[in-house]
Design a binder for this molecule. Structure first.
Ligand code: SAM
Length: 269
């Protein structure tokens, strides 16, 4: 007898060999409507707001930023946060499902009309116009790029869309800890939802496959590339950023493998 598929699993298509799915374009298949609806349960806006505090807002204000491009809008958390703080914000994402949810969230949280643009990072300049003082790529999004060529292409597009003294803020999970067998996630920062678990199901140097389980028994997966911290920093420098500062869980000083997330702040000048 065939067992009943668990909700979610049947919507996301990973095929017969999910561990073989190591493809940048696959993110569009992974953020299916059911998962997108669950995403806000996963990251719990109120708790995320409290744990992040004013970190990103202060980093941007300290650099005199006015115009921001959120390239990984997702369901809109940071776009809404920045609009509330008065930043001139444009919200891009490669997933139409995510953008639809972000637009609806903007209206629900404070009546904001988000300026959304459907764009893939690898061809950002084709679809998004103008230049920006800052680009943000947050919530462990850059990890969706599976080849070095795609990472370099995306970073070059970000670089080109920044003003001469612009800043790129990009974050990532602490994959070094995961790859080196020292994984721990206190769920304090990004994955704040109470009845949600996010756990690694498979990890090797080319793939981190995570499973997300929700209280209604639904289950979804994401296949991601495990970026090592120093590798990301090197790429940022190699595409031309002059200064790269890396924070661990919003702190300037961190010890080795302790933080759950790293935040890279890359300055163009
Ligand atoms: N920043 C949001 C947050 O913190 O909640 C969303 C994070 S979600 C993990 C990653 C987002 O990046 C998704 O909305 C996905 O559609 C987007 N994304 C992944 N790869 C992309 C690409 N190549 N071009 C554009 N967007 C992409």
């Amino acid at each position: 007898m065939r067992s009943r598929p668990i909700k979610g699993q049947d919507q996301q298509r990973f095929g017969d060999d999910p561990l073989a799915v190591r493809d940048t374009d696959h993110y569009k298949e992974e953020y299916v409507t059911g998962f997108v609806d669950k995403w806000d349960e996963l990251i719990d806006w109120k708790r995320r707001y409290l744990s992040e505090g004013r970190f990103f807002v202060e980093q941007l204000k300290a650099r005199g930023v006015r115009k921001v491009l959120d390239v990984a809008t997702g369901t809109g958390f940071h776009s809404v946060r920045l609009l509330e703080e008065g930043f001139d914000t444009v919200s891009a994402d490669g997933s139409p499902e995510m953008l639809a949810k972000a637009f609806a969230n903007g209206v629900s949280y404070g009546g904001h009309i988000l300026r959304v643009v459907h764009a893939d990072w690898r061809w950002l300049n084709r679809d998004v116009h103008g230049t920006y003082d800052a680009i943000i790529c947050l919530g462990n999004s850059f990890t969706h790029l599976f080849s070095e060529r795609d990472r370099r292409k995306a970073l070059a597009e970000f670089y080109a869309m920044l003003n001469h003294n612009g800043v790129l803020i990009i974050d990532q999970r602490n994959y070094d800890a995961l790859l080196d067998g020292k994984y721990g996630n206190s769920h304090t920062y990004y994955y704040c939802g109470e009845d949600v678990s996010a756990e690694p199901e498979h990890v090797d140097e080319g793939l981190a496959r995570f499973v997300y389980r929700f209280s209604d028994q639904s289950m979804y997966h994401l296949n991601m590339f495990p970026l090592r911290k120093d590798y990301t920093r090197r790429l940022l420098r190699e595409v031309g950023f002059q200064r790269v500062d890396t924070y661990g869980d919003f702190q300037e000083t961190y010890q080795g493998d302790e933080p759950d997330f790293y935040i890279h702040i890359a300055e163009k000048a």
